[in-house]
Ligand binder design. Sequence first.
Ligand code: SAH
Length: 351
Amino acid sequence: MAAGSQRTRYDVGRAELDELLAGEPSYRVDQIWDGLYRQGKDPSELSNVPKALRARLESDLPTALTEVTRVTTDDGGTVKLLWELEGGSRIETVLMHYDDRTTVCVSTQAGCAMACGFCATGQAGFERQLGVGEIVEQVVEARREAGDRRVSNVVFMGMGEPLANYDRTWAAVHRLHDDIGIGARHLTLSTVGLVPGIRRLAVADLPVNLAVSLHAADDELRDELVPINRRYPLDQLVEACRDYVDRTRRRLSFEWAMISGVNDRFEDAARLAGIANDLRAHVNLIPLNSTPGYAVQGSSRNRVHAFAEDLRRRGVNVTLRDTRGSDIDAACGQLRAGHEAQPIAPPRRRS
Ligand code: SAH
């Protein structure tokens, strides 16, 4: 399935804008480029541009995202945006304010084909790839919502698997970096562990951060939690990560959603520490957000802290991630799930 067929506003780069506005004076094209792309304004807000040209921009460069709902939680610290795309698919974008930064979490696909059983998006299945403009516009809209609080970071941790939509995701990374001005070190791609994609990233031309959703450090458990592990088992994944770290000198991080009684035992911590220390990777622990299709619970606070302490004792650099939006069932794809009748997969059986 293809991305939305119609060209939208943020599919356009500077060269395409020049082409579209051939015949206009170059200062005019500069004004429009600066207003629409660098500042993220709407054509109607470009007061220095003649009305007829503004109207033409509106019709030739339509926006891709139609707002379905906007939910603010965590005392204003988190804003979840639910959008409808051409064709009717729905995706989420999340804006998160922290003391020292403001982060936008974007989606790269409508749905996801990776089928991780604990993930709300994985339970609902794949719909279609997002286009470059659909990815970039999420950041533009989040930046608008953020107002004076400058968006400093973008994480590709929303719906979908970024490396299964590699070319469009990478083009969007470039747009955010080149046109919107977000530094490579403030851009993070998160992957379920697609080895060919990690190998491409290792030789890519911008040193972005890489997060790998590990969740299990032995193949038996990872096969079950993250089914793509059957195709790219841990030894291949670890080698691809090593290559990435060696070539880019970037820090790698591992995501670990803590699932009660499943991957939060001390033996899990010991295995995880082995891999993390080997690659000098950072570990991010996230208590699992319960989803309707997965009967297991997130680990308790005490368990999460004990697990983190155990990893630290083993020399691993660990952070605990808070679960933004979980109080209103809007964490990790659940906002969308609550706004449409989604078929929910039955809980996966543990072997
Ligand atoms: N497909 C990519 C990016 C999207 S998911 C990836 O797998 O990395 C972003 C992160 O949220 C991943 O680490 C994913 O495993 C995690 N996640 C998904 N569902 C979750 C849930 N219910 N609770 C906690 N983390 C979850």
